[in-house]
Ligand binder design. Structure first.
Ligand SMILES: [Fe+2]
Length: 165
């Protein structure tokens, strides 16, 4: 990710467990907090609890990802956000005004992105895949990747996690 030509990093992960029932029972909304490395799990549990999700496996995953981000970005303020949504939130392809953003979707339609060198093709992330986007504030961001929230049809729900700095 240090090289200018790499605005996007992808790490595929297997689906560790199904989250559909958890997300169906959750409250639609957004929960966010700054990440304190020593309290990441507690913070993640509280964020999920505020969305009526009490699943320690999800909180553990969120805390591990948030802490990995803290370790990889020394000196930067890291924020964690969890979204349960049932509508399209950011329908236009865009870049974020951030240094770096990690997005992963556990349930529902996944984040979409376009790569400059691949023309108009729209890529869909896999469930649980980690997408690392350089943002517009990153010194070597080269405008080669844009992303958006996926279109949602009625009845669909999405659970995604965002870590950014
Ligand atoms: Fe975005």
């Amino acid at each position: 990710m240090e090289q200018p030509k790499h605005d996007l990093g992808c790490i595929r992960r297997p689906v560790r467990f199904e989250t559909e029932a958890i997300v169906r029972a959750a409250k639609v909304g957004t929960a966010r907090s700054e990440v304190d490395r020593d309290k990441a799990l507690e913070i993640a549990r509280d964020l999920y609890a505020s969305l009526a999700i009490k699943d320690d496996r999800l909180a553990t995953d969120a805390a591990a990802l948030a802490n990995a981000f803290v370790d990889a970005m020394p000196g930067r303020l890291v924020r964690l956000r969890i979204d349960v949504c049932d509508t399209t939130t950011c329908p236009k392809f865009h870049r974020d005004h951030r240094h770096m953003r990690l997005v992963t979707t556990y349930c529902g339609p996944t984040t979409q992105y376009m790569l400059k060198e691949r023309g108009d093709r729209v890529f869909d992330a896999s469930l649980w895949e980690l997408l690392f986007f350089k943002g517009a504030n990153h010194p070597t961001f080269s405008q080669r990747v844009l992303h958006r929230s996926p279109p949602m049809t009625c009845e669909q729900r999405r659970l995604c996690l965002v870590v950014d700095c």
